[in-house]
Write a protein that binds this ligand. Structure first.
Ligand code: URA
Length: 294
């Protein structure tokens, strides 16, 4: 069969999209993200008390009050030439990461239950990942559990389902948990960020920092006996260390959440185990460690 030029063009476009990391259609209609102008993801997040009060507060062109959530007027970059570049979203967090974290902390602390925390996250625009994700991935499993599992970030399957660890890696995680007698009904599974990073890249420190207050509040509300960080990136974030996962895994540490100290351990990511089955014996040793504390 002879392919038409149009077919060739479509195929090469698809190929290009795939190379760029686009691996899922998220809507029936295309979104023109450039029409946001200079408003970076997260720019609409309302931080009225931070902007309006106190030393160090900022009031910028992106300032929006909590009760007026319509799109802010599009500011032009100073010295803007009107070129296509000037209309491109800025690749920066609109506020300093620590300022974003403080605002998020205030919102997260106000949530007194997981449904309230989820609602707060649904309204939270301070993490840029939300702009490109399909769904919020809050948690899977039981609302309270002695065992809390924390991974890195939702992937494609999780983004479509709105739940953490539902893809192939999640299925292996479920098998690992079954090996120590656990089902979804008696674990709490989440991630350090709540939205899928584009192309499954590692979340940036700013993205992790913006989600961190919600994660800490989630840990308080779930009230686990132990926390398990799954994979190197989650381990570094949860345990506040910089070593690689092979050095970190299998050793107990303590994390402080609110006024509680909670035993925490890191283990290998199931996606890594799928690629490296020989490492399953290490994961099994980590599982036994978990069992010993539960
Ligand atoms: N990997 C993670 O770290 N988390 C998920 O939810 C899925 C894959």
């Amino acid at each position: 069969m002879v392919k038409s030029n149009a077919q060739d063009e479509m195929l090469s476009l698809l190929n290009w999209l795939q190379t760029m990391g686009v691996d899922a259609a998220v809507d029936d209609t295309a979104h023109d993200w450039l029409s946001r102008g200079n408003d970076a993801p997260g720019a609409a997040f309302p931080w009225p008390d931070l902007r309006d009060q106190g030393p160090g507060s900022k009031s910028g062109p992106n300032a929006v009050r909590a009760d007026t959530r319509q799109a802010p007027p599009r500011p032009r970059a100073s010295g803007s030439t009107g070129s296509p570049d000037a209309a491109r979203p800025r690749a920066v967090t609109p506020l300093g990461a620590s300022e974003a974290e403080t605002g998020a902390r205030r919102i997260a602390r106000a949530a007194n239950s997981l449904p309230e925390l989820e609602a707060a996250l649904q309204n939270f625009d301070g993490c840029g990942l939300k702009a490109t994700a399909t769904k919020l991935c809050f948690y899977r499993g039981s609302p309270t559990s002695d065992l809390m599992i924390i991974g890195e970030a939702p992937g494609r399957d999780e983004d479509l389902a709105g739940k953490p660890f539902v893809g192939k890696g999640g299925q292996l995680l479920d098998k690992m948990l079954a090996a120590i007698g656990r089902t979804e009904a008696d674990v709490h599974i989440t991630n350090v960020v709540y939205w899928r990073p584009p192309g499954n890249r590692t979340p940036t420190p700013q993205e992790t920092l913006a989600c961190r207050p919600f994660l800490e509040r989630q840990i308080e509300l779930v009230s686990p006996k132990i926390v398990v960080a799954v994979g190197g990136s989650a381990a570094k974030e949860i345990l506040g260390v910089t070593e690689g996962i092979m050095r970190l895994r299998g050793k107990w540490r303590e994390i402080t959440i609110g006024d509680r100290k909670i035993p925490a351990i890191a283990t290998l990511h199931p996606a890594y185990l799928l690629r490296t089955p020989a490492a399953k014996q290490l994961a099994w040793m980590d599982l036994l460690q978990m069992l010993s504390k539960l």
